[in-house]
Design a binder for this molecule. Structure first.
Ligand code: GCU
Length: 429
């Protein structure tokens, strides 16, 4: 079946629609048996309605009023550029959130590609089947580009939710039985979830010489330099995740109000940027995303610096970002504010103890530094038992809107990480 649609703009409504369904007792039992310890939720999980009439709690308690909290050195997400303090959801959503998004576009990830003139989804006649390969084609003023989304749906009834992986390794094939630690298709299906994998290499090749050859050249004429603030690979992948979401909204097997966008490492950077911009994702998972992902930029001396990442991967970010090489302190934003943009959707940060390049402590501090935005929605409990570094390894910490774990070991998206995500009741409060 081919579906052709004029592209609607990503709306803000989705994250406010009803989310949640109680996890089955069987799944919970499996979680206890097969995963590392799960820290009990600070708030018992409950299906929750996110309606326009969301109760606004008291303003978050702040240790100080200026824009930097002394304990973590993270810029307060709730201080407006004008210096005013955000005290409620309305001023967050109408003033501060747009201000932050614009700053991340201008200084970090670049301007996103515009809405395509046309999008088509071709599932090759596999509609209704439990495994399908969907070709998503997007048309812009300079041409048409296509990329692949693979979708697997469990045969055991309605999925509990869907994990949408920004697969920068292009490693997910057609076979539901082929599994790896990075993309354990069978395990995800067995847990009752659907699994969608976006072939990021097709969206934008991860290569300095050819990164424009996917979707970017459908919007910018090949041969002309991109504007210095145009998004590059990471931005294109995030944009591709939103186009995948456009498809998922049309698939009758999928509940689009329960889609978690997930990425590992460079894919995690893109997942966070997708979730910050596109409020249709109720859950956003960063696995070991590190520099220009979950890690605080102001810890430029820990792990990968802005200079290192922009030199080694010149095709990931706009030129405007490289100007902060060696000068992270002058960035007008920091990555805890990126995590804050996901509120009230669930932000999930997975780190690894020996992942020095990603600076797990910087990811932890960023996670803590996002909490004030969640607090506006009454979701500020991080689930952690202490704000001190390091937290207990291999334990999942879960609040009503934020989840965290620190896996023992090195850089990777591994079975232990998936155990945390699959047992984490991520679509519940
Ligand atoms: C490199 C890069 C990181 C990135 C990682 C990955 O190590 O420096 O920023 O996250 O690759 O994608 O695995």
């Amino acid at each position: 079946m081919v579906i052709r649609q004029q592209q609607p703009a990503a709306g803000r409504g989705r994250r406010r629609s009803a989310v949640g369904r109680a996890c089955s007792a069987a799944l919970l039992a499996t979680a206890v048996l097969c995963t590392p310890s799960i820290h009990p939720a600070a708030v018992p999980p409950a299906a929750i309605e996110r309606t326009a009439g969301w109760t606004v709690p008291a303003a978050p308690s702040q240790d100080d009023d200026d824009s930097t909290s002394e304990s973590t050195q993270t810029p307060n997400p709730l201080v407006l550029d004008s210096g005013g303090q955000v005290e409620d959801v309305q001023s967050w959503e109408q003033q501060r959130r747009p201000e932050l998004l614009e700053a991340f576009q201008e200084h970090v990830y670049g301007q996103s590609l515009p809405t395509p003139e046309e999008v088509t989804f071709d599932d090759g006649g596999a509609s209704g089947e439990s495994a399908k390969t969907v070709t998503i084609s997007v048309t812009g003023p300079a041409g048409t580009a296509s990329f692949t989304l693979r979708l697997f749906v469990p045969e055991t009834g309605t999925p509990t939710g869907t994990f949408l992986l920004i697969d920068h390794r292009g490693s997910v094939g057609d076979d539901a039985d082929s599994s790896s630690g990075y993309a354990p298709t069978a395990k995800i299906l067995d847990a009752g979830y659907a699994f969608a994998a976006l072939n990021a290499e097709e969206v934008a090749p991860d290569d300095a010489g050819s990164y424009r050859d996917g979707v970017i050249n459908a919007f910018y004429p090949a041969g002309q330099d991109l504007p210095s603030d145009a998004g590059r690979t990471i931005s294109a992948w995030a944009w591709g995740a939103s186009r995948a979401m456009d498809y998922l909204e049309t698939d009758p097997d999928i509940d689009p109000s329960k889609v978690a966008v997930i990425g590992h490492s460079r894919g995690g950077k893109a997942a966070l940027w997708a979730g910050a911009q596109d409020t249709r994702f109720p859950v956003v998972i960063s696995n070991n995303s590190g520099s220009t992902g979950a890690k605080l930029a102001r810890r430029d001396d820990s792990g990968e610096s802005i200079a290192a990442i922009t030199e080694q991967f010149p095709h990931w970010f706009p030129d405007t970002y490289s100007r902060y090489a060696g000068n992270a302190g002058s960035l007008p934003v920091d990555q805890n504010q990126l995590l804050a943009l996901i509120a009230p959707g669930r932000v999930v940060v997975g780190s690894a103890t020996d992942d020095g390049n990603a600076d797990p402590q910087g990811e932890f501090l960023s996670y803590l530094g996002a909490a004030p935005a969640y607090e506006l929605y009454g979701l500020g409990d991080t689930g952690l038992t202490s704000d001190s570094w390091p937290p207990t390894e291999n334990e999942a910490f879960r609040g009503p809107g934020m989840s965290y774990h620190l896996r023992a070991g090195s850089h990777g998206l591994e079975e232990t990480d998936w155990d945390m995500y699959l047992a984490g009741e991520l679509f519940e409060r």
